[in-house]
Design a protein around this ligand. Sequence first.
Ligand SMILES: C[S@@+](CC[C@H](N)C(=O)[O-])C[C@H]1O[C@@H](n2cnc3c(N)ncnc32)[C@H](O)[C@@H]1O
Length: 257
Amino acid sequence: MNYDFGQNWERFSAALSRQDYLAARDSLRNLAGDLRGKTFLDIGCGSGIFAVAASSLGASEVVGIDRDPKCVQVSLDNLPKISAWDGSAGAQNIKFLQKSILADVGDLGTFDVVYGWGVLHHTGRMYDSFHKAASLVKKNGLLIISVYNRHFTSGFWLNVKRLYNTGPKILKITLFYCVYILKFLGVAITQGKNPLGKDRGMKFYYDVRDWVGGYPYEYASVDEVVQYFKNKDFETIKINKTAGFTGCNEFVFRRRT
Ligand SMILES: C[S@@+](CC[C@H](N)C(=O)[O-])C[C@H]1O[C@@H](n2cnc3c(N)ncnc32)[C@H](O)[C@@H]1O
């Protein structure tokens, strides 16, 4: 009962604007720093916009992988569209491949920067995918991930997502609109933000679709993630805690050995 991420990224991409892409590129720059001359792996590339942004920010070689063939196709389709907006995004140094982080990644080699935003908690085997992602980082390289925060409502959301993915269409629509209203009010009241504002170039409507449907779904506290990577000899460089309860915490780790 995996969620159809490909369809959501396809619809998101049909509405993608230059402003969305530039916001995505800024968010990557803020998190990853200087990418000039670095090799970059985007795990679970979705729409592919962060892989393209990495190339625009100077990465020498970019590989985007996604388990879902629709996401790979959407990423390939977005490449010329974004290159037309941003002449620095070089299509010649980007590859998009259909691969799962849990399998067949041994032939990819290792990278200066491995980026997996909002992905590893959707693989169904989050800690195995942490392990795989870590193994693809070069010595002194960066691992940048975001993972759903553990919260007292996490179990509730797990059940909502199961229901969404197994239920009939009418239930999907009802759940979507209930969650849309709940999230809209939650973001506006608890964070004092306009929910329709575009963090990372994303769009509220597609974010809600991704949130209500995104399954498999796992979560971890900040301490659980930090401790896991500390045991693998990764130094914590930066943590951006989620502004909401159940959103994603962002982590930047550096591999020491
Ligand atoms: C929430 S989306 C995030 C997309 C993108 N990283 C972003 O930040 O916009 C999660 C993505 O992870 C992909 N995914 C899920 N399991 C995966 C796996 N085992 N290996 C590779 N990609 C996977 C999904 O197909 C989906 O495109």
